[in-house]
Design a protein around this ligand. Structure first.
Ligand code: SAT
Ligand code: MN
Length: 579
């Protein structure tokens, strides 16, 4: 129940259409969370893990066909297809509503409808935006509790603001044939049916905080980005905040929780966010970031004491696991775990390597951000943190050097627009093929990329202290398939160079694609890396880059007339300089 009549009317109308047996308004309390967990334990949709070793940890097994985002079933509905752009699947709003309303008719019969008011960002921040998700999935409720600020306080803010994003979700019958995720940016609304998976069902995350928010951000003059936010405190006690955009499952969570290597003593790393950043120019022309989320929905396989000790520690309690395997002792298990052995696979079968991996490749943990040992208290600061550098990156076996710096904001926008990466298991589809993923937003930009790049470019005239823009690649390999760079904690060595560049403390080598480090300026103390490897990591192959620039040019031109001239100019200038 709410005193906001538009919200009450919407809830009543949805209930009249979906016909739930009961309606529950979520208050966001711990007691409510536990009640929901107990109810799922009773109906078998959740099970307890070993409570001695993993207190308050639970396992959910999803439908085996429902384990990742489904970009081919995700739509942006606008009157004009050009507004959604070639980067989105498109339908008219009336078609979209008709299709979804037919699927939602009576779909909550026999179920409880949960109403989840949530706030993306600190409840007292002017940069935050609210939403309400209606769902028939208790799994969604408990995940939203860990991932967002939800319940009573959010509802109060919504009643004060008078506006909110409407998100309607049902697991429906979980059939892939009746699974759709539709966005109606002009109405600030979302309808999602047929999936219980994170990015499809936790509507505050990709649907609201990226697709709808990116659209809103353009209208209101800010940016909603697929970026982690991390604070790097030097031994001298100076802290820089950086925002980094990498495609899904490229190590954003690991970077956000990085543990400095022993050979870089005195450094501290503070996590603000691991997936999404909302960036605003403040009154002084400084770009400030908040993390709209308050929890992590991270990839489990590969998580261990070596790759990400903070994450390994943080998921030992109060965590929901989805689609991992379990040991004979009922502990969660996944590929890359350093102890135990799988007894039961992610589908609940006796583990048999003939059936494939024990844990699903995109199995996930959901955990509140406060569980993270490197949690930054500034994650709750209403004014956010000032950003010193924006870092783009992708998973590239070849071509992209370890790090380079864009020569200007406009050049940086081109660097972002040209991001490409090998695909991963976070989306349904082929894994390992290189595709363009501008700003790591390909699946998440709620409007035409050409307009989005114009919006990015417009910041050049608005901010006087804009961050520098960089590109990194932790994934370069030798022709034999060996990684050239150790990655993980050692990535701090690269971030140190980035900070030094921001503070004008170090020189760089100018090349057509940007400024590259002098190999001697990357701190390699105690690092076992050959001079050849370091040279390969800090140089460019002009032939490969000529081909890359031509390919970026072709890609950009596929956006036609809407492509901003300034971006075309950047691409042409670099292509010419490479010749
Ligand atoms: O889309 S999810 O949020 O479920 C995971 C990801 O791709 O980041
Ligand atoms: Mn993501």
């Amino acid at each position: 129940m709410t005193k906001l009549s538009t919200l009450q009317a919407w809830v009543d109308q949805v209930a009249g259409h979906t016909l739930p047996d009961a309606i529950h308004w979520c208050d966001g309390s711990d007691a409510e969370y536990q009640q929901m967990i107990d109810q799922m334990l009773a109906d078998g949709s959740m099970s307890k893990l070993n409570q001695e070793k993993y207190p308050n940890c639970y396992l959910h097994r999803s439908d085996p066909t429902d384990v990742a985002r489904v970009e081919h079933l995700t739509f942006v509905c606008t009157d004009n297809p050009e507004d959604a752009g070639p980067n989105n699947n498109w339908m008219t709003p009336s078609e979209g509503h008709a299709k979804m309303d037919a699927l939602f008719a009576g779909c909550m019969k026999g179920r409880t409808m949960y109403v989840i008011p949530y706030c993306m960002g600190p409840v007292d921040s002017p940069y935050s935006r609210c939403g309400v998700e209606i769902t028939d999935s208790p799994y969604v409720v408990v995940n939203m509790k860990l991932m967002t600020r939800m319940g009573k306080n959010a509802l109060q803010r919504i009643e004060k603001d008078g506006t909110f994003v409407k998100g309607l979700h049902s697991t429906g019958d979980l059939s892939p044939d009746r699974r759709f995720i539709m966005h109606f940016p002009d109405e600030l609304s979302i309808k999602s049916i047929g999936s219980g998976y994170g990015g499809n069902a936790l509507l505050g995350k990709k649907c609201h905080a990226l697709r709808i928010a990116s659209f809103q951000a353009r209208q209101e003059g800010w940016l909603a980005e697929h970026m982690l936010i991390v604070g790097l405190e030097s031994p001298e006690g100076e802290t820089h905040y950086i925002a980094c955009a990498f495609p899904s499952a490229c190590g954003k969570t690991n970077l956000a929780m990085l543990i400095p290597p022993d050979s870089l003593p005195g450094w501290k790393v503070w996590t603000l966010g691991d997936d999404i950043a909302w960036l605003h120019l403040d009154d002084d022309g400084l770009l400030r970031a908040i993390n709209p989320e308050s929890g992590y929905f991270g990839v489990v396989p590969g998580t261990n004491e070596q790759t990400n000790k903070n994450a390994a520690d943080m998921i030992k309690h109060d965590t929901i696991f989805t689609n991992v395997a379990v040991t004979a002792d009922n502990e969660p298990w996944w590929e890359g775990k350093t102890d135990g052995e799988p007894a039961i696979d992610w589908q609940g079968r006796k583990y048999d390597p003939a059936n494939g991996k024990a844990a699903q490749a995109n199995s996930r943990f959901t955990v509140a951000a406060q569980n993270n040992p490197s949690y930054s208290s500034l994650a709750d600061a209403p004014e956010g943190v000032p950003i010193s550098a924006i870092v783009f990156g992708g998973r590239r076996k070849e071509l992209a050097p370890l790090v380079y710096e864009a020569k200007s904001w406009e050049h940086g926008v081109l660097v972002g627009a040209g991001v490409a990466s090998e695909t991963t298991a976070a989306n349904v589809g082929e894994v390992g093929i290189v595709r363009r993923d501008p700003m790591a937003m390909k699946p998440f930009c709620g409007y035409n990329f050409a307009d989005y790049w114009s919006h990015w470019l417009s910041f050049a005239d608005r901010g006087n202290k804009l961050p520098k823009i960089f590109h990194v690649n932790w994934f370069r390999q030798t022709p034999e398939g060996k990684f050239l760079w150790p990655g993980f904690g050692d990535n701090l060595r690269v971030l140190e160079w980035i900070i030094d560049r921001c503070e004008n403390r170090v020189d760089a080598v100018e090349t057509p694609i940007g400024y590259l480090p002098n190999p001697a300026d990357i701190n390699t103390t105690d690092l076992n890396i050959s001079a050849e490897a370091l040279t390969a990591l800090t140089s460019i192959d002009r032939g490969q880059w000529r081909a890359e620039m031509a390919s970026i040019g072709e890609y950009l031109e596929s956006y036609g007339d809407r492509l901003p001239e300034a971006l075309r100019k950047q691409q042409k200038a670099i292509a010419a300089a490479l010749n």
